[in-house]
Design a protein around this ligand. Sequence first.
Ligand code: FMN
Length: 387
Amino acid sequence: MSQDLSKITCIEDLRVIAQKRVPRMFYDYADSGAWTEGTYRANQEDFQKIKLRQRVAVDMEGRSLRTTLVGSDAVMPLAIAPTGLTGMQHADGEMLAARAAADFGVPFTLSTMSICSIEDVAQATGKPFWFQLYVMRDREFCANLIDRAKAAGCSALVLTLDLQILGQRHKDIKNGLSTPPKPTLRNLINLATKPRWCMSMLGTKRRTFGNIVGHAKGVSDLSSLSAWTAEQFDPRLSWDDVKWIKDRWGGKLIIKGILDVEDAELAAQSGADALIVSNHGGRQLDGAQSSIEVLPSIAQAVGSRIEVLIDGGIRGGQDILKSVALGARGAMIGRAFLYGLGAYGQAGVTRALEILYKEMDVTMALCGRKHVSQIDRSLLVPGTYPT
Ligand SMILES: Cc1cc2nc3c(=O)[nH]c(=O)nc-3n(C[C@H](O)[C@H](O)[C@H](O)COP(=O)(O)O)c2cc1C
C-alpha cells in the first residue's frame, strides 16, 4: 500500500522524519557543515534576506515551469545534486532517488562516492542521468569511470573541483565516520533504535562504494577500500586535468564548485557547457560566501557564455525562484532530497520534488509571472538581494 504523504507539507517535515529514521552517524553526515558551519548556515539564511515583489490582477492561467538544463529537459529549473553515501540514508538510495527524479522529470546526478554503481542506476531507471566525477590520483581509474558513464548513457559529466583535499566536519570525526569507519559504542546503540533502517540494509547487497570496489586497483574489501579512499583525492588537480577529462568524455561537461568570478572565467574558457556556483553545501571551506551571495556577480560575468547553475541552501521553491531571478539557469538540491529519501525512500524524494514544485509555481504566480523565461530580478525588492 502506498503511503499517504499529504500531511508532509514542507522540506522541514521530511528533515524531522529523516532524523528519526536514519542512524545518527549517517544523518549527521548529511546535516552538517565544515568547522563552525557558518557557510552551511549562510547558504540558507542569505536566501531569507531576499524579498519578493507581490503583483496582483495579472492573468495566471496556463503557467509552466518547464525548461532545459544543459540540454536535458526539466519540468522545473531543478536537478538533484551528487551526494556521497546516499545508499546509507536509505537502502538502495541512489537507485530510488534516480527513479523518483526520472519519473518527476528532473535530472539526477550520481556521485563517484555513491553506494549503488553507475550500472545499477542505469539499470534501475533506463533513462539518462548525470554522473559526477572526483579526480583521483589513480587517473586510469578516473578514465575508466568516464568510460563507464559514457557506456551507461549518462547525458552530462559533472566535474567537481572543490574537493582536492577534504574539509573537516566535527560530527563525522566524533561519530567515527572516518576511513576506516570507527563507529562508537553510542553509534552502535543508536543503530539498534533504527530497526526499519537495519532491516532494509539487510535486504540489499549494496553496502559499500559501488563505483570503486572491484574497479579500483587492489580494492576488494572494506579495509583496502578505506586505505584507497584515504589517499586518493588528488591535491595536484589543475585546469590541465579539466582539458583531458573534457576530451576523454566528449559530451556535456559541467564544472562544479565555482565560488569566485576569476574561477568562473576559467571555467568558461575551459569550454565547459555549464558551471555550478557551489561551496559544496558548506562542507568544504567554512568562512566562504554563501552561494546565493556570489551568484549575481558570476552570472553577470559569464552567464552569456556558459549555463550557470547554483546549489547550496535550497530548501524551498522560493529559493529556486530567487536563484533564477539572480541569473541561474537552474538550481540543484542536496539535503532537500536526502531528507526525503531518509524519511520515506523513493516516495519521500518524490514528495520533496512535489513540495518544491508547488512552492515555486505558487510563488511565481503571486509575483505575476507565468513562465520561467519571465523570471528576472525585477521580481525582487531592490536592496534586499546581492548584486
Ligand atoms: C551528504 C552529502 C554528500 C555530498 N557528496 C558529494 C559528492 O560526492 N560529490 C559532490 O560533488 N558533491 C557532494 N556534496 C555536495 C552537493 O553536491 C551539493 O553541492 C550540496 O549538497 C548543496 O547544498 P544543499 O545540501 O544545501 O542543497 C554532498 C553534499 C551532502 C550534503
